[in-house]
Design a protein around this ligand. Structure first.
Ligand code: UGA
Ligand code: MN
Length: 253
């Protein structure tokens, strides 16, 4: 099956670096289709260029986060969910363009996470919904499903809002394409409490905990890390330059 790798991405000084790094990972994966969704009012030439250089099969789409839902530099990053519009645009793209495609697995991969190439074998092997550990997230070194003696999922080790139906990160699961196609109205939303995007999506797809397939060797291996890039320090002049010239649009000399 094809892996449909959905990545929301937004303009910032580090964007080109993140996308370059991610494209260097993804280009090593066979049968991967990258759905890259810019948080912007149009496609940026710089992002298009990274995509072209990657040689990956891809869709380059965009969907702007409304101003009242956009975090500013001063906001704490947990104030609002990120990637809602962009992931929904990708879901719409999938339903429009992949109807009738039999085999595929959908994964939501942020532009700043770190991916072991072995993750992609796990994603590809998913039948309905696969789950696995994620490194450095939720105040834990490893946030992971707990697997009991018979290899069955018995719970989660999450400590942040463990009462969530699925107390897992966006990077911790992948879903069969058919599930997305069969549930036309399922989408991410601002109307759920903080941390409930994953639970909202999986519940909407009619999934319960007993449907989850533990992957990555009974959830004993970490193949993805929720790394976050430090905000770069810039002088006022550089900040202005950055604002006025979309650095992504040009190769800098
Ligand atoms: C965590 C999860 O890993 C995300 O999947 C989830 O969307 C997010 O929390 C959340 O709950 O909102 P975190 O590292 O805190 O991620 O979030 P970011 O990496 O800042 O953003 C997630 C994705 O959305 C990234 O690919 C980022 O480029 C994109 N994004 C971020 C936008 O498209 N627009 C923005 O304004 C901010
Ligand atoms: Mn991130």
């Amino acid at each position: 099956p094809m892996i449909y790798f959905i990545t929301p991405t937004h303009y910032r000084p580090e964007q080109r670096a993140e996308l370059t790094r991610l494209s260097n990972t993804l280009r090593q994966v066979p049968n991967l289709f990258w759905i890259l969704v810019e948080d912007a009012e149009k496609r940026s030439p710089g992002v298009a260029e990274v995509l072209a250089r990657s040689k990956l099969q891809h869709a380059h789409i965009f969907s702007l986060t409304p101003a009242d839902k956009k975090l500013t530099d001063k906001d704490k990053n947990w104030k609002l969910p990120r990637g809602v519009e962009q992931r929904n645009a990708a879901l719409t793209w999938i339903r429009t363009n992949l109807a009738g495609i039999q085999k595929g697995v959908v994964y939501f991969g942020d532009d700043d996470n770190s991916y072991d190439l072995r993750l992609f074998d796990e994603i590809r092997a998913v039948k309905k919904v696969g789950v696995w550990p994620v490194g450095i997230v939720g105040s834990l070194l490893v946030e992971t499903p707990i697997i009991g003696a018979e290899g069955k999922l018995t719970g989660f080790n999450s400590i942040w809002k463990p009462e969530r139906p699925f107390p897992i990160d966006m990077a911790a699961f992948a879903v069969n394409l058919q599930l997305i196609l069969a549930h036309e109205d399922v989408a991410f939303t601002y109307e759920v409490p903080r941390g409930y995007q994953e639970s909202h999506l999986l519940s909407g797809l009619g999934i319960s905990a007993s449907d989850l397939e533990p992957m990555a060797d009974h959830c004993s291996k970490v193949y993805v890390w929720h790394t976050r890039t430090e905000k770069s320090k810039l002088t006022a002049t550089e900040r202005e330059k950055f604002k006025s010239s979309n650095l992504l649009a040009v190769e800098r000399d």
